[in-house]
Structure formats: C-alpha cells, structure tokens
Design a protein around this ligand. Sequence first.
Ligand code: AMP
Length: 280
Amino acid sequence: MIQRISTIEEMKAVAAGLRRDGKSIGLVPTMGYFHEGHTSLMRRSAADNDDTIVTLFVNPTQFSPCEDLEKYPRNLERDTAMADEAGASFLFTPDNASMYPAGYKTYVTVEGWSSRLCGISRPIHFRGVTTVCAKLFNICAPDRAYFGMKDAQQLLIIKKMVRDLNMNLEIVAMPTVRESDGLAMSSRNVYLNPEQRKAATLISAGLTEAKKLVEAGEKRAEKALEAARAKLAESPLIKIDYLEAVSEDTLEPTQTVEPGTLIAVAAYLGSTRLIDNLSF
Ligand code: AMP
C-alpha cells in the first residue's frame, strides 16, 4: 500500500533509510491530477527501481501571476489510488510554506535555454521547474528520475541542469502518451470545452503532417513547419504561440530537419495553453 508523506523531514529520513538499506529509488515529479502519461512514468520507475517516490506539488514558482496556479485541477484521493495502482511506494505532498519558507532566496536557472520556446511567453517558468526539481532531487535522493517527452523543453533543461551541476542521478525520458485521437494527454485538457477539445486534435495532426513530409524526403524545416501550420489553421479556435524547429543540443532554430531536431508547438485554445512536439 502506498504511503503518503507530507513533510520534508520525513521524506528525507525515509529516502536516507532506503539508501542505507541499499534500495534503489526512482522519482516521478508531478503536479498531480494524474492521467496515463503520469502513470506510464510511475510504472516504468516501479519496474526499474526497488522503490518509487511520486511527488505531487503544484509548484508556485513556475507559474506567472496571470497563469492557472489557483485553478490547476486537483484530486488527491484519486491520485493516491492511481499512484498506488501504478506501483509507487510513496506519494510526497509537501506544502508551499515548507518548500518556500519566508526568506527563501535560492533559484537554479539553465541560462538561455529557459528563455527559448515556452520561456518566451512563460519567462519565469523554467527557473521554477529547475529549482523545484533540484530541491526534490536533494530531498528524495533518487537514483533515477522520470520525465515525459511531452514536455520536451523541460526534459532537455533538466538533463542539462543534471549534467552542469554534476547531480548524482540518471534522467529517464518516457514517450508521450496520447488520447485515441492523438491529443497529448495533459492535466490541462479538462479546461477545454467540447469545441476546443475537438479543435485540439489539430495540434498533433499538424505535427503528423510535418512528419509525413519529412519521411517523404523533405529536409527543409520551413516546409515541415508550413505543413503543420496549415493543419493548425483549419480551426479558428487555435492561436499558435510558437511553432519551431530547433536543435535538441542547443535549442536554437534549425534550417533542416535531421536526427536531433525537435519540432515544438504551443497553442492557445481560449485561455488554455497546450504544448506538443515531435523529435526526429
Ligand atoms: P505534470 O504533472 O504535468 O507536471 O507532469 C509530470 C510529468 O509527467 C512530467 O515529466 C511530464 O512530462 C509527464 N507527462 C505529462 N503528460 C504526459 C504525457 N501525455 N505523456 C507522457 N508523460 C507526460
């Protein structure tokens, strides 16, 4: 049966105890409201490690004041049952006041990369993500931490932080889990009304168009992006935030699509912002 832990002190003591006993620890950081994307990470971690710690923390430092921190969906009882079923040993649910007590001052930033793509419309987002992940890595002392490729920029930034700061864990990337119509699963999909939900399928459909073109031999990034853009334009409900082809090594735009190229998209449906990507 999964054990819920809410204090940092207890979580640190439990993790230290596991390590003393020679157990391997897998970590799955989340903001909750689980779907199959989350549970795929948990299952993989449970298969790879003796114990899996799932963290559930809606991290305030990665939300700008105008964003959805307050209304972010929550369901602790359902999440606990899903994490249990997926094989997690612990669900760590710290509160804001203990993660960021009065006088908190320390932030971790992967410079440059945090200002690209999603970082343009969400300028403080990745600083919050890297800071909270660094804290969770210190508290939970994992051997491995699992992240979804759905959040491709986040994954690249976390890997970079771990390399640059010589952190002692392996980052494991897991494929994007999708609804049957292609929409990438996201806790934010619940914000969509039925018309927006229908239009949202054009995001992954656009990426599929780009992929088809590249597989047919097109190497020019602009042509692949054009194909995706044309698909997204099929619904007036979709407003593109960005659609770019970048190198996974630098996050800089690329002219050609080749192995190591990421086509990433963010789009608004009403006030809901969804992301998706395709890695070549
Ligand atoms: P979140 O709770 O949205 O912060 O996500 C927690 C973790 O689950 C992150 O590593 C995400 O990349 C991952 N994740 C979210 N959605 C998906 C998905 N559809 N497929 C795979 N992983 C996902």
